[in-house]
Design a protein around this ligand. Sequence first.
Ligand SMILES: *[C@@H]1O[C@H](CO)[C@@H](O)[C@H](O)[C@H]1NC(C)=O
Ligand SMILES: *[C@@H]1O[C@H](CO)[C@@H](O)[C@H](O)[C@H]1NC(C)=O
Ligand SMILES: *[C@@H]1O[C@H](CO)[C@@H](O)[C@H](O)[C@H]1NC(C)=O
Length: 250
Amino acid sequence: ISRYPVDPYDRVWIPWADPKEWTEISTTRQVQSDDDDYEVPSAVMQTAVTPLNASKNLEISWDPVPQPRNPSPGYFIVMHFSELQILPSSAVRQFYVSINGMALNMTAAKLYYHGTAVISNVKPYRYDKFNISLHATTNSTLPPIINAIELFSVMPTSILGTDSQDVSATVAIKDKYHVQKNWMGDPCIPKTIAWERMMCSYTIAKTPRIISINLSFSGLNGYISSSFANLKALQYLYVQSSGSVLVFIW
Ligand SMILES: *[C@@H]1O[C@H](CO)[C@@H](O)[C@H](O)[C@H]1NC(C)=O
Ligand SMILES: *[C@@H]1O[C@H](CO)[C@@H](O)[C@H](O)[C@H]1NC(C)=O
Ligand SMILES: *[C@@H]1O[C@H](CO)[C@@H](O)[C@H](O)[C@H]1NC(C)=O
């Protein structure tokens, strides 16, 4: 599994294999393109799957994960591609992508060595089951491949996001100390997945504020980041390590 700090956005990348249908291609060279706005880590892009039977489509299926108030959430699907092999000049790897039979790319994706490509939907899709199919064009001499796929489910929320200065400060703290917790997305909302070791105040019609952070036993070292001073609503900061207890009370 790869995540922060390998992934700057702490996306959680989990290997996905289907040995009966897919085979793996990999490279040891770095696979990172300056054009890739998604900044997928090289370690993730360095492997890809392709159908075992080269004349078959590459099929990927999954069931949506129901949410408490949303049994059938919408999904954004972001697929990442890169050619990992140096191909003979006559070889072509070109394919279309469809989700539950609906074409996503009108122009066939053609992969080049060292290049990266991204295909995604622009509006969330809602289905009981998702079937992605990648099929080679008639011109293609090689089967489709895929290196990585991001799945985002849409969570409706009617409450306000965390105070933006609190967000910037906690993101700076997370970066400074390489905090390895569930610190991604908004710190205080949704309440059920608020950042671990953090307490927020929730007042109706006001943005949530961070009032306490517990970074005890988190392997911190170095000086205390000045970003803590930007948490204007912070009341408690716990930074205990073995033996010593330090509690800062504002
Ligand atoms: C997805 O694929 C499965 C297996 O091929 C098939 O039974 C199912 O009907 C497909 N579902 C959709 C929504 O296309
Ligand atoms: C396939 O090749 C033909 C002839 O070179 C070309 O006209 C056509 O546009 C190609 N099709 C695709 C999908 O690239
Ligand atoms: C802070 O977290 C540590 C480690 O999980 C825990 O032992 C400690 O009780 C927490 N302190 C407070 C004040 O919540």
